[in-house]
Ligand binder design. Structure first.
Ligand SMILES: [Zn+2]
Length: 309
């Protein structure tokens, strides 16, 4: 197969659902640009693609740009990837923007992921509790959290089956190597449904607030292969550090400084080994269970063990 033919087939496939055009049509356009006008192939492809985008009334984002592979929710960790997903609609909520037709949560055995269906996508309404095979959705990333977008090229096929939706649970084992800022004794916005952490007494949404004390650790666990960002809520932080909320408040009051709490927590935990398990939310693991591992802290042994897994 000639180079032109191969490129023509790839372009043709992107438009096969939108235009009544043959591979020969595409090939002749490409051929003319490349062989008559000596346009480099990449540029010729762009030009021919633009021509068909215009003809179909589509935006470049509406067509897929590479091969589409079948994935599961847990595999989605790249931005702007075109994938096929079989998943159940777990939840639907009210879209905040007119450009969004439906928004909610999809789930499969490996976990859940947010989805957005554009209003102009002309796709059928998805029903809560129903399993669909979704062809050609595109992944998106925002602040470390992934979602999928259903667009005009997405295919929706309702399946007569059920899926037991998983909770993205994961388990990691390694050394706590860092405790990040925003850890220790923190204050949260007291407004209903807002739990944002106050920065200098201010909520980014609600302005200056009295705030409610809470304990949290944003930690980094190194398993010898990778580092994982782990969030410990109040209970997990108490388990990890042995410091309870009332005690933390007293420490801060005595020192007239809340940062003493995080300092004390660092001292008690950094460099120690833990087994942490819980659901993942984007790049974070939410520590539901924390167990300090017995035995000496030996970085080299842990590294060898991690590599042999
Ligand atoms: Zn707030």
């Amino acid at each position: 197969m000639t180079d032109v033919r191969q490129h023509a087939e790839e372009i043709h496939e992107q438009f096969s659902d939108h235009l009544d055009v043959t591979v020969d049509d595409v090939a002749s356009r490409l051929d003319s640009l490349v062989n008559e006008y000596k346009v480099p192939m990449e540029e010729a492809r762009r030009s021919v693609t633009s021509h068909y985008l215009d003809e179909a009334g589509l935006e470049r984002d509406d067509i897929r740009t590479g091969g589409t592979s079948d994935v599961q929710v847990e595999d989605i960790e790249t931005d702007e990837q075109w994938v096929n997903l079989t998943a159940k609609v777990v939840d639907l909520w009210e879209p905040r923007s007119d450009s969004v037709g439906q928004v909610g949560l999809l789930g499969d055995e490996t976990g859940t992921i947010k989805f957005t269906k554009w209003a102009k996508s002309d796709l059928p309404e998805l029903e809560e509790g129903t399993v669909y095979r979704l062809g050609n959705v595109v992944t998106d990333e925002y602040q470390g959290r992934y979602s999928v977008k259903l667009n005009r090229t997405t295919t929706v096929e309702e399946l007569d089956t059920d899926i037991e939706v998983g909770d993205n649970a994961t388990e990691i084992q390694g050394a706590l190597v860092d405790i990040q800022s925003g850890s220790g004794l923190i204050k949260r916005c007291p407004k209903e449904d807002c739990t944002r952490v106050l920065q200098n007494g201010r909520c980014s949404e609600h302005g200056e607030q009295e705030g409610e004390f809470d304990l949290r650790i944003k930690g980094v666990v190194d398993d010898g292969m990778d580092v994982h960002e782990v969030i410990f809520n109040e209970e997990a932080t108490e388990n990890l550090t042995g410091i309870e909320l009332e005690e933390a408040k007293q420490m801060a009051m005595d020192a007239l400084d809340t940062t003493v709490v995080a300092d004390e927590m660092r001292e008690k935990t950094l460099g120690y080994y833990y087994r942490v398990s819980g659901p993942t939310m984007g790049r974070y693991v939410l520590a539901n269970d924390v167990e300090q591992l017995s035995g000496p802290v030996d970085a080299e042994a842990a590294l060898i063990k991690a590599r042999s897994m």
